[in-house]
Design a protein around this ligand. Structure first.
Ligand code: HEC
Length: 111
């Protein structure tokens, strides 16, 4: 009798364990490729409109010293990423100015 009781208890416990075991976690799949609008929105999360306006002012004054001012629309976000790596040191921007100029330019690209 006792044996049967233990057995039933055991099977009840194992049944509970099976039922309570976590369901295979569903992987939340993110879209592999972000749209341009998505990338712009991501940058804008970290900057206010005033930051972007300041970025424009810095760009207008510091990026027109050696050549005519280049418009954000003239290059894609990817192209700008590479260009800015070269131009930010040329313009001798400090870290804060660089991040503002980057944000202003990248959020005004068309692709
Ligand atoms: C010290 C001078 C100097 C300053 C300051 C400067 N640039 Fe330039 N820029 C150049 C020269 C020289 C070139 C052409 C050679 C090259 O592409 O590296 C150039 C080219 C460019 C180009 C064309 C790149 C291409 O691949 O066609 C862009 C866009 C540009 N600069 C943006 C900027 C921006 C934005 C800033 C401000 C952050 C800036 N520049 C500041 C000297 C400067």
């Amino acid at each position: 009798m006792k044996k049967i009781f233990i057995l039933t208890t055991l099977s009840a416990v194992s049944l509970m364990l099976v039922q309570c075991s976590p369901k295979s976690a569903k992987t939340v799949s993110k879209p592999a490729v972000k749209t341009h609008e998505g990338k712009v929105a991501d940058i804008k999360k970290n900057f206010t409109e005033a930051d972007l306006a300041e970025g424009k002012m810095i760009s207008d004054s510091k990026c027109s010293r050696c050549h005519q001012l280049k418009m954000p629309e003239s290059f894609s976000m990817n192209e700008w990423d590479n260009i800015l790596l070269r131009m930010i040191p040329k313009a001798r921007l400090d870290e804060k100015q660089a991040s503002l100029v980057r944000a202003y330019i990248l959020t005004n690209t068309k692709s």
